[in-house]
Ligand binder design. Sequence first.
Ligand code: EPZ
Length: 431
Amino acid sequence: MDRIRIVGGHRLMGAIPISGAKNAALPLMIAALLTDGTLTLENLPRLADVSQLARILANHGVDYTIEGKRIGDSEVQGQTVHLSARQIVDTTAPYDLVSRMRASFWVLAPLVARMGEAKVSLPGGCAIGTRPVDLLLMAMERLGAEIEIENGYAVAKARNGLRGADIDFPKVTVGGTHTALMAASLAHGTTVIHNAAREPEIVDLADCLVKMGAKIKGAGSKTIEISGVSRLTGARHAVLPDRIEAGTYAMAVAMTGGDVLLQGARAELLQSALDAVVRSGATVAETNEGIRVYRNGAGIQPVDVSTDPFPGFPTDLQAQFMALMTRAEGTSRITETIFENRFMHVAELARFGAHIRLDGDTAIVEGVARLKGAPVMATDLRASVSLVIAALAAEGETMVNRVYHLDRGFEALEKKLGACGAEIERLSSGG
Ligand code: EPZ
């Protein structure tokens, strides 16, 4: 199993190209199931989760081709892929495929919308909490699907097609909103989603669906209206830049000091996180090319944050911000309101010498003057990258184990950081 070795203490200087967003790429790829035309996605990141989803889609009959590289293309440039679901050959998504990635459960919506049936393994628990799918199933039922749970599978049927309805989510859910958007696009009549998620990845999916012929109004607000159409077509769409990757590197620079341009990053996609980075003492400036983050000399200031659905502080940056706060000149409080168990990184950060105490849904982080490198590992992808951030600022050597978590969501991490002066290398199995 690969490991990443980091020797801390180097300031980050240079430029980091920001990849396409994993959490936009996954629902966009799934949307290919809605049409017999070809969906072309540009700027798709090279990630383990993208390859895993491509395997799942292939099982349903999606033809997946990657455009070749051209001279002059850079290694970290996103790829262009063509997805074509001319015929759905299988409406079952089996346990061994779905259990590895929760977002693959989202195939349920387009399969039912297009084929009138789907049998999808329930995703089960994961390292950040129980993460049920009751609201996704509720949305499908509101649209007229009949759903039974049989042997660990959700079996959904809508023999006469789905019909538009009011869907009122009692809690903001990204996956629930993606599900409702995809299913309602091919339902008879009008659907209104109340309390919809407003994440930029929702807007990206809606934009792509509109290019495919869907009629959607209000994506990015709390109320989305969809007038169903009988057929969607192929389209071409570029995946939006990854705000979580950009926020992660912004926090890394705030931690080590230095000056880095996050190329292609868009500040409006992560304003609340950038505000927290600024309050910690770094400077953030928007440029034509992206976002420039720098911090010189002065210490890191403690900042309290609480995660919230967009436009609030993202739960997917909570672990990284906690890593930054471990070196603050004072005490900060970090509250997690989205997932009940997303503090797996706390014990690992303590291995660097961080002082963190948990009090219910809040981590109380008492900043320390120095961190010291250590062997560490983590059980989810954002937690893993928080350990990388701590390691970049720690004295001496850190070995990050279980690197496959990082490969799920960070494209060319060690190359991007290495190019900015970090001492970081990947050691392959046995290396
Ligand atoms: C998406 O997960 C993201 N995943 C997550 O990113 C992200 O942390 C999360 O949204 C919140 O922003 C992808 O986009 C692939 P939710 P999702 O439905 O859609 C509860 C990462 O690291 N809930 O918005 O699964 C749920 O338990 C990942 O990239 C129900 O109770 O999240 C949670 O408490 C991790 N019933 C809250 O809602 C349901 O049916 C929000 O979850 C669905 C969700």
